[in-house]
Design a protein around this ligand. Sequence first.
Ligand code: FAD
Length: 512
Amino acid sequence: MNVSFDYVIAGAGTAGCVLARRLLERTDATVALLEVGGPADRDEVIRADIPAVTSLWGNPEVAWLHRTVPQPGLGGREVDIPQGRVVGGSGSINALMYVRGNPGDFDHWRSLGNPRWGYADLLPYFKAAERYEGGPSSLRGGTGPLHVARYREPSQATKAFLSAATKLGYADGDWDYNGDRQAGGAFVYQSTREGGERRSSTATAYLEPVLTDRRLTVVTGTLIDRVELAGTKAVGVRLAPGGDLVRASREVIVSCGTLSSPAVLMRSGIGPPAHLAEHGIDPRVILPGVGQNLHDHLLVGVGYASQVDLAPPELIAEGGLFTEISHDVPELQFFFGPVQFIDDEYRTEGPGFTFAPVLLHPRSRGELLLRSAHPAELPLVNPRYLEQEADVRVLVRGISLARELAATPAFTGIRDRELAPGPDTDLVSYVRRSATTVWHPVGTCAMGSGDAAVVDAELRVHGVTGLRVVDASIMPAITSGNTNAPTIMIAERAADLITASGEGLIAAGGER
Ligand SMILES: Cc1cc2nc3c(=O)[nH]c(=O)nc-3n(C[C@H](O)[C@H](O)[C@H](O)COP(=O)(O)OP(=O)(O)OC[C@H]3O[C@@H](n4cnc5c(N)ncnc54)[C@H](O)[C@@H]3O)c2cc1C
């Protein structure tokens, strides 16, 4: 295959599917969308219930089975971080929670030297994505591709969780944490198809409706090796193993996700020169930040046996709580669900429920390096989880808060004994022994203008023309919540930047 398109999008994940749709809608261009995984319409992929989702995470047919190198902060453990390997990417295998993040997260991005990435600038893109079941408002979108609905049938335990949060002084649970205020407890919002029973990802919501467009070519089952450069201009994407070139007359957009996009750049000769040279790659563009700044959300489970039967939930978490601790943004998010979401050694027969405090803003920063120059070989993933003591302290505080919630009268008649960590356990060692990923790696192609930045505020790779990165890897700092909705927002904004030559039509108040 030696063919040419106007735009070549490498990676048909959450971001790639949004971009393909918007570029087709807003230009007369031809678009190639290249993906190593298969189509997203497999039954087990689009079912949203709990067992179906979790079984996808170890399935190499739909997931990249990334595993970290040993993590000293976790007692030397290696942690599995599956990522989607199917059209729709991680959004096709994720847990469907819909969380935009805190306005302060995006104002922080802007303050890092990224003009027009503050919350007020980005709100139009969140709205453009969304078909909110409550209808449009100044804060929510009503006509976008992605259906967003509140969790429908929370269990008795989850209702108790929300009243416990109220008793501890957090705002009550009947409001919209994606609206004007995030802190407090709420039932989760999820991205599902209307009717609720089927997964809605960007593959189903954005891509499916334009699959018959003749200007779109979707190639599945194709492994991307690297971006082809002519000097410092991106001219196409080189495929493996045959080396076919898919040419791009306008732009190449890399959307391979946080654990793959930096590897694609490095194989293209864009990155830290000494590391590239170690693998026999000719350094073409020196960008020391490629693969750096890797960070992720971590959770620990605080599990209880239940006195009452609890039906299995549709999602892992039915309720959530964001706590305000510092710097205007929440430090902790809680997932709460009527399941025993704790390590096997703590589980018991019978019903249970789990509070899972999530470290929202880790101080620890890690890196991603190539294992070899071969595109089929997974990179070395080293998030340096819990390297910073402050991160441990936040999770210990989360355990204490979980216990305070469980001890309120709201759980009387429901709460049985604490299964994990258990009353006699040292909390710091429990955190280091059991903390695990929430599958939200970000930051390896960070947006900004300093030496560590990889892309500029228009997501163009520094020092290269005709090349952008558009996916979760560009987040300079992780958001206060699950990362799919902000990744969709990033791709919406990118489409706007690409088609308006940097002006940003939506942000400037223009209509699609
Ligand atoms: C198990 C799990 C649960 C999650 N739960 C939630 C949740 O409940 N709510 C939430 O908001 N977020 C959740 N997330 C996170 C969220 O889904 C991701 O942040 C988001 O999907 C990232 O989008 P992306 O476009 O950056 O990358 P991805 O969606 O991962 O897309 C990257 C795509 O590029 C392809 N690709 C990569 N390398 C190559 C290559 N060399 N050649 C060809 N193709 C390639 C991949 O196969 C993939 O399809 C979860 C993630 C996981 C994995």
